[in-house]
Design a protein around this ligand. Structure first.
Ligand code: GLT
Ligand code: MN
Length: 388
């Protein structure tokens, strides 16, 4: 029997994108299948389900081109709802992909006027984020890419992107906002190729910015699998670099169109390792889900409930992994080999190098070590299948 009923609490720090709930099931081949939920209804529903926060694009809550009066009215309604329910606006981002003005990129458009329009839109969204007390501000470059490589030099495009981010970092600093930027990588779709496709590319890019300390990464399971990579390893790389500011958990079959499936629905073992990673390494950010309900659903709430429930079940499985004596004995054995040599390579000296060169490490003997990975993987499988 489970030790609890997997009911989410605010302490679990779950958050959902308002856009996930507003998704109406439209795809390139078919029209909408359900109504659009107004932002207030989405946020209220999340609060009722004990979500810690909501994530939003400017245009999820404020229509493109809305008057200042309408904007202020919407902001005050949302602030009241936040105060009444305690839900927080945990992540904000700008829609720089929907309007046709962004058809050839926002920050990487070859037209400086479009780049400035994008920068202006982001500054307004940053102000909005600050009003809601949001501290993580995401950049997903949905239109930052190409179909025709002859159209722009990727190094110039990187430069335009860098200039815009540097300008916006200065804007945050000049306003005294407590906001960090987080870049969300994706390999393709809606563009043929997107710039900054993976965690590694974002990490390298961040180091070229004027304020790398203000910028981190928001990796998403589906985007990683679209590139055929391992989400567990990609999330780990961001964590190792101290740059995992936010996560977008969902599901995706590898190397396909962006499916945005519910977390854990396609590959439970992979989802398990992701949850275990966040737990083992005491990830401090919110647990953001970015998927959309199947096109066949009539409302988004089953998707919300089961995302959180699956996460909590997997968290309990991760604890079971830590408590499983057989697993822990195997790991102890695996990681206890030649303990006297562990850390040798950590401190370099000429003497240590000379000694290492002449050390007899006997590869033949090292080969004979037993690595019971079949058994180890079976134990994980059985934990996930509920046998252990
Ligand atoms: C869009 C995309 C997501 C991004 C969102 C942030 S919007 O739905 O598919 O992965 O996180 O702009
Ligand atoms: Mn996302």
């Amino acid at each position: 029997m489970p030790s609890h009923d997997y009911a989410p609490t605010r302490d679990d720090r779950f958050a959902f994108g308002v856009w996930c709930l507003q998704n109406r099931g439209r795809d390139p081949f078919g029209d909408v299948t359900r109504r659009e939920f107004p932002a207030l209804e989405c946020i209220k529903g999340l609060a009722q389900r004990n979500c810690y926060g909501f994530e939003f694009h400017d245009n999820d809550i404020i229509p493109f081109g809305a008057s200042a009066t309408l904007r202020d009215q919407i902001v005050s309604d949302i602030k009241k709802l936040m105060a009444d329910t305690g839900i927080k606006a945990t992540m904000a981002t700008t829609n720089t992909f929907y309007h046709p003005v962004f058809k050839d990129g926002a920050f990487t458009s070859s037209d400086p006027a479009v780049r400035l329009f994008a920068t202006q839109k982001v500054m307004r969204c940053i102000d909005l984020a600050a009003e809601f007390g949001t501290e993580i501000f995401v950049f997903w470059g949905g239109r930052e890419g190409v179909e025709v490589d002859a159209s722009k030099d990727p190094i110039s495009a990187a430069g335009w992107f860098r200039d815009s981010l540097n300008f916006l970092c200065e804007y945050v600093r000049s306003q005294g906002y407590k906001i960090k930027f987080s870049i969300e990588p994706k390999p393709n779709e809606p563009r043929g190729d997107l710039f900054l496709p993976t965690v590694g590319s974002v990490l390298a890019f961040i180091q070229t910015l004027a304020h790398p300390g203000m910028v981190g990464i928001n990796p998403e399971t589906a985007h990683i699998k679209m590139a055929g990579l391992n989400p567990y390893h990609e999330f780990a790389q961001a964590l190792d670099a101290g740059k995992l500011l936010d996560v977008h958990l969902n599901g995706q079959k590898p190397l396909r169109f962006d499916q945005d499936l519910t977390f854990g629905s396609d590959d439970i073992k992979e989802a398990f390792y992701t949850v275990k990673l966040l737990l083992d390494h005491k990830y401090q950010g919110t647990i953001g889900f970015d998927a959309h309900p199947y096109r066949t659903e009539s409302d988004p709430w089953d998707f919300v409930d089961r995302s959180m429930r699956t996460y909590l079940i997997l968290r309990e499985k991760a604890r079971r992994f830590a408590e499983c004596k057989e697993i822990q004995d195997i790991l102890k054995e695996l990681h206890g080999a030649h303990a006297e040599l562990a850390g040798y390579a950590k401190s370099f000296s000429k003497e240590a190098a000379a000694k290492l060169k002449s050390m007899d490490l006997n590869p033949e003997a090292l080969v004979s070590r037993k690595l019971p990975y079949e058994r180890l993987d079976q134990l994980v499988t059985e934990i996930l299948l509920g046998v252990i």
